[in-house]
Design a protein around this ligand. Structure first.
Ligand SMILES: [Zn+2]
Length: 347
């Protein structure tokens, strides 16, 4: 999660509320995730706290040096992610020919990134069985703020939690695919770089998309889902931001997915572009939203270890991380498998 607020430049967009006819239709169509759906259930069960924990202890270890953009530690974390996908047999997008999309230093410099070195987004891809040209993006940034005065900022929650959630969701979809129940639409697992310095990796991807943005159905972005904030201490909740900004169906689908999974309290406190915290603009989904791709951003709040060296893996609530990951998976499953692509009917 990016610390500094983005300049607003008159981006005051209105959030509309309430249920509409098309959202009722979306709800009715949500039978693409039936409770008794065996393939769904066995994939869902692949998302486990102990595996999330195992990966997070690596991603957020001191060895990764806080994963600053372009640093050797970040590259090491990237290698771990790529090797994970290789081991699962999940390939990179053919059109890219690599798991790595280079984000050039020059691109970041022009946008105020100073002298950051070249860095990379990491892309893994599962091709859809029926509508392969339609792309569901599940994103999280894998950079963090690095090491300062010899102290490593491990960024376990920010955004190690999102990173390992995306990896685990990919594993679940791959398991379903092996069982002959792969997603109907394609899924892009997008680990972006340069988020903390200014959402650079997602801006680069959306400026140089590997798949046309016009065919990109949704971006489900995960940035910090392993902790709780003061206000929600001990609660089973997650903040959801942006889900009704562009599509009248997405919020409805996510709420139905939540009921089918862990029935978390969905908190919409920050779901307002006019909110003083400006969270709608502060993570990578925003670069998709500004290109008219519907987004939902999953987030746990600003807690006491946010952007501190104490954002460590031992402070993560792993059972809650598992539940939130299962929610995103369930929503992604529905969007990837429902008969019709979700609508973009709001501006
Ligand atoms: Zn951050």
């Amino acid at each position: 999660m990016k610390k500094v607020l983005l300049p607003l430049l008159g981006l005051a967009l209105a959030v509309s509320c309430g249920t509409t006819k098309s959202s009722e239709a979306a709800s009715a169509q949500s039978s693409s995730v039936a409770k008794g759906d065996k393939a769904f259930l066995s994939a869902y069960k692949m998302i486990k706290a102990d595996e999330l924990k195992k990966n997070l202890y690596v991603i957020a270890s001191d060895e990764m040096g806080g994963r600053d953009t372009g640093s050797p530690g970040q590259k090491k974390a990237g290698e771990y992610i790529v090797n994970y996908y290789k081991a699962l047999g999940i390939s990179s997008p053919k059109a890219l020919g690599s798991y790595y999309q280079k984000v050039p230093a020059e691109f970041m410099k022009k946008r105020g990134g100073g002298n950051l070195p070249d860095s990379e987004n990491i892309l893994a891809f599962i091709e859809g069985s029926e509508k392969p040209e339609e792309i569901v993006v599940i994103s999280a940034h894998y950079d963090h703020v690095g090491t300062k005065n010899g102290v490593v900022y491990n960024g376990a929650d920010d955004d190690g939690s999102g990173t390992v959630a995306v990896m685990q969701i990919a594993k679940a979809f791959q398991e379903a695919k092996k069982a002959g129940k792969g997603p109907k639409r394609s899924i892009l697992f997008l680990h972006v770089t340069g988020e903390e310095h200014g959402l650079f990796g997602s801006e680069y991807y959306t400026s140089n998309p590997v798949f046309p943005l016009a065919n990109t159905v949704v971006d489900l972005n995960i940035d910090m889902i392993g902790r709780d904030d003061q206000e929600n201490r001990g609660k089973q909740y997650v903040y959801v931001i942006g889900s009704e900004m562009l599509s009248s169906e997405l919020k409805v689908i996510n709420e139905a997915a939540n009921k089918r999974s862990n029935n978390l309290e969905l908190n919409y406190k920050y779901d307002d572009p006019g909110d003083p915290q400006q969270l709608y603009y502060r993570s990578d989904h925003y670069n998709f939203a500004k290109n008219n791709v519907p987004v939902a951003f999953f987030f746990d709040g600003i807690h006491e270890d946010y952007h501190k060296p104490t954002d460590d893996p031992e402070k993560i609530d792993y059972p809650l991380l598992e539940k939130r990951t299962q929610l995103v998976f369930t929503t992604a499953w529905d969007i990837a498998n429902r008969p019709a692509r979700i609508v973009v009917d709001k501006k």
